[in-house]
Design a binder for this molecule. Structure first.
Ligand SMILES: Cc1cc2nc3c(=O)[nH]c(=O)nc-3n(C[C@H](O)[C@H](O)[C@H](O)COP(=O)(O)OP(=O)(O)OC[C@H]3O[C@@H](n4cnc5c(N)ncnc54)[C@H](O)[C@@H]3O)c2cc1C
Length: 408
């Protein structure tokens, strides 16, 4: 369980964590949430089908408790913690402890709401007021495309390369065409932030505009559900857009000026990793308790040096991951939107490494029992293998960090 004794945490941060903990202890039924996430999803599922899977009762209760509104600015009636990354981190870690997918249900809302602080005022008013009033408003962000994943994030910057999802301007409207891929919560959201090529020939860093797409707009559909072995509560989808018309008032960035913003958004993704950390801490505790209870050779297996050392290694890895995350949150707090991305690159790389090692340790500690469905370990592994590459691969994170270090 989250350790509240870190010197980074103020009394306010600790109270927030306790608020989340009390809510989760009262309202969260992990078994029920896992059952929803594990329900098979038909390949042709529609947006309505995906919405039907959502735990709306829990979402609404979290809204009533003020937990979903953490990063909505105070002037809209929100929590006002949009620039306090430690507050967001401590809340995400606590929620993640009560369910890996539950944690991401919160962090997706927090990450998107945070962005509207920087949107044009009339747009921020429309979306944030909607979010505050409707207890079920969901938001998502879509950058990746079927044929452009990493190359949208790590630009080669040759004219016309990467990003085929296109919008052309017609008077006061934009006409959107193309496909978006791997969008977490895209099928269940009211608003999707889109990165759209608006210049067909320019290099990607000078060709992309950011929009917010209200999903009540006609002309789009879920074209494929990414049915993963550990599905998220909000599911991950491909979306097809055909001549969708939106007003210019849904444009967030200057025309062809989204790239810097997109890069900085990646840094904010560390929030998801706090939720992952909470879930990893939960798993570590399960593993440790199992090692204390399982008797082999006349004593609990944790007292065998091999198992004891592996449990200590897992504890050590999680504690270092935690330090890295909180250090990054501390460095980013109060810095506004354009926070340095390097911290996120390291986090993205390191947490993936740790999770893989934790899975390995778990398989050793549980012995042959590990993959059995009756253990939470099996579910934990499936969830992590399915979501750990959201936000791009560890390899790419290192390539991008190397570019910063090397100054090229
Ligand atoms: C659970 C999950 C949630 C996601 N949620 C979202 C979301 O909400 N919104 C969104 O927009 N996207 C989302 N994504 C997409 C994610 O960001 C992409 O998967 C990621 O950017 C990688 O793109 P790709 O899958 O096309 O891989 P590819 O680009 O095809 O990469 C394949 C392999 O090649 C390597 N590679 C590629 N280029 C290079 C290079 N230049 N140098 C070295 N190695 C390279 C990569 O590291 C990787 O190992 C999600 C993905 C997952 C798994």
């Amino acid at each position: 369980m989250i350790d509240l004794n870190l010197p980074y945490l103020t009394e306010e941060h600790k109270s927030l964590a306790m608020l989340m903990k009390d809510f989760c202890e009262r309202e969260v039924d992990l078994k029920a949430l896992n059952e929803i996430a594990d329900k098979p999803i038909p390949p042709n599922a529609t947006s309505d089908d995906l919405r039907a899977r959502m735990p709306w009762d829990l979402v609404s209760k979290a809204h009533d408790a003020g937990l979903r509104q953490l990063t909505v600015p105070k002037e809209y009636g929100g929590g006002g913690y949009e620039d306090d990354h430690i507050a967001q981190g401590v809340m995400a870690e606590t929620a993640g402890y009560f369910g890996g997918q539950l944690g991401r249900l919160f962090t997706i809302a927090w990450k998107q709401a945070y962005d509207f602080k920087y949107a044009p005022e009339s747009l921020a008013n429309e979306v944030l007021n909607d979010f505050m009033q409707d207890r079920k408003t969901m938001m998502a962000a879509s950058i990746t495309e079927p044929n452009s994943g990493s190359d949208l994030l790590l630009p080669y910057d040759e004219p016309g390369v990467a990003g085929m999802y296109f919008a052309r301007q017609e008077g006061d409207e934009w006409v959107l065409n193309g496909d978006k891929m791997f969008c977490t919560a895209g099928g269940v959201s009211n608003y999707v932030t889109l990165m759209v090529r608006t210049d067909p020939k320019a290099p990607i860093t000078k060709a992309v505009t950011q929009f917010v797409f209200p999903t009540k707009t006609p002309g789009w559909s879920v074209s494929r559900v990414n049915d993963m072995m550990g599905n998220e509560l909000v599911t991950n989808v491909q979306m097809h857009f055909e001549n969708c018309r939106i007003s210019d008032r849904y444009r967030v960035s200057p025309i062809n000026g989204a790239f810097e913003v997109m890069r900085s958004r990646l840094a904010g993704k560390a929030l998801h990793m706090f939720a992952v950390l909470g879930w990893a801490e939960r798993t570590y505790e399960d593993m440790k308790e199992y090692a204390k209870a399982r008797i082999q050779g006349g004593k609990p297996i944790i007292q065998h040096a091999t198992v004891g050392a592996m449990i200590a290694e897992a504890d050590c890895l999680l504690k270092t991951a935690r330090l890295l995350l909180y250090q990054n949150a501390w460095e980013c707090t109060g810095k506004g939107r354009l926070i340095p991305a390097q911290g996120w690159y390291y986090i993205n790389y390191y947490i993936k490494k740790i999770l893989m090692r934790l899975i390995e340790v778990g398989l050793e500690v549980y012995g042959g029992m590990g993959p059995q469905k009756e253990l939470t370990f099996e579910h934990w592994v499936r969830v992590h293998l399915s979501i750990m590459h959201g936000g791009s691969t560890g390899v790419l994170s290192m390539v991008k960090a190397a570019k910063i270090i090397g100054g090229y």
